[in-house]
Ligand binder design. Structure first.
Ligand SMILES: Nc1ncnc2c1ncn2[C@@H]1O[C@H](COP(=O)(O)OP(=O)(O)O)[C@@H](O)[C@H]1O
Ligand SMILES: [Mg+2]
Length: 362
């Protein structure tokens, strides 16, 4: 409404100006020549305004309108004063010259300002993307050094862990099934399995295997991942929904690795919804790029108490039993596919993770 009013306000005030000045010309007696000389100059106000606002078309257009109205008045009321008439004709020529000149200058100035704005916008975009690249590099560097460290530690732990496991199995034979202390053996077994899983994570993080690429339908991979999650999802009273896009072609990827990524992200989602909720996975062509996006969102605890800048960092965890390796492994695996993974807070509740994979192998 406001914009529309502003749009016709300019032309209307210019037109009104020209009409009012002309009315003064027509109604003032020729005895007051000094007044007519003033009116004649006031015509410059609407002409200049029109040239400023609407460029040469506005300037010359208003000059034309002005001279039309003014010429009739000159013919009718001033034909008996040839000297003054000559002066008036000269003024009319000046209306056009000035309308044109100021219009051209102002439209050139406007064009330059637009160019400048565009350049500054482009510059700030470039700066932003540089900043992102820098962040990316720093993260990659951090990942690499942490990776070497954790692979080293995991390697050192794995051998004694194997020895402990073997020894416990031998000792188990010494305890009959109904022995009162036998349950402790069970606990030791369980804890060894847990340590083993952590060591596996460390190793996977420290030495991510090269992906073995094959064309894989994303929707089917999602389905098979969700099948693995059925029991924990039922226990957590979480509903899982998949929205596949049949238009998306099979993508070049290592299906085991990308399943691992989906699994890590979805498990985090389940863990963020201890009181139940909905987990949604959506597949679609990322707009304006040769990539496919897989978005996984939950409506759990979200970003509260979480440092979103660090969630892909190794060992960053807010969980008592967490290793903080899940998302950093995802980050590496997706990066090795030439893709990207990012996280954002949902408008209402929970987080959305976006995994982007290229349509063609690089
Ligand atoms: N869906 C989610 N909702 C809320 N927080 C999340 C979610 N996924 C990840 N996080 C946060 O990111 C951290 C790192 O996750 P991850 O690397 O998988 O390690 P871990 O699960 O062992 O803590 C988590 O501890 C949690 O704080
Ligand atoms: Mg996790």
């Amino acid at each position: 409404m406001m914009g529309q009013r502003a749009k016709w306000l300019g032309p209307a005030s210019i037109l009104a100006g020209v009409l009012v000045i002309s009315a003064f010309h027509y109604t003032t007696s020729t005895e007051h020549r000094y007044l007519h000389e003033i009116y004649q100059r006031i015509y410059y106000v609407p002409i200049l305004l029109a040239a400023f606002w609407y460029g040469p078309v506005g300037g010359v257009g208003t000059a034309l309108l002005t001279s039309g109205l003014y010429l009739y008045h000159i013919q009718r009321d001033w034909h008996h004063v040839p000297m003054y008439t000559f002066n008036q004709y000269a003024e009319i020529c000046l209306y056009h010259a000035i309308g044109l000149l100021v219009g051209v200058l102002s439209s050139r100035e406007r064009r330059q300002r637009r160019d400048l704005e565009r350049t500054s916008r482009r510059l700030s975009e470039a700066y932003e993307s540089l900043q992102k690249t820098f962040e990316h590099l720093r993260r990659a560097d951090r990942l690499a050094s942490m990776g070497r460290l954790s692979a080293g530690i995991a390697h050192e732990i794995r051998n004694p862990l194997g020895t402990i496991k073997g020894s416990i199995e031998i000792l188990s034979g010494e305890f009959p099934a109904d022995h009162p202390k036998r349950e402790f053996l069970g606990i030791v077994h369980q804890e060894i399995a847990r340590l083993n899983a952590i060591v596996e994570d460390f190793l996977r993080f420290g030495r991510p295997p090269q992906p073995s690429i094959q064309p894989t339908p994303v929707g089917e991979l999602l389905d098979s991942t969700v099948t693995l999650l059925q029991k924990p999802a039922r226990d957590a009273r979480v509903k899982i929904r998949i929205f596949d896009d049949p238009q998306v072609p099979p993508l070049p990827m290592d299906p085991d690795q990308i399943r691992q990524v989906m699994l890590n992200v979805m498990l985090n989602g389940l863990e963020a919804m201890p009181d139940g909720g909905v987990l949604e996975a959506r597949v679609f062509r990322a707009p304006e790029s040769r990539r496919v996006a897989i978005e996984i969102s939950d409506n759990g605890s979200g970003s509260e108490g979480v440092d979103m800048e660090r969630i892909f960092d190794p060992f960053y965890t807010t969980k008592a039993e967490g290793t903080g390796l899940g998302l950093s492994i995802c980050f590496q695996l997706v990066k090795n596919h030439g893709g990207a993974i990012s996280a954002r807070a949902n408008e209402d509740r929970g987080l959305t993770f976006r995994i982007e994979l290229p349509l063609e192998a690089s």
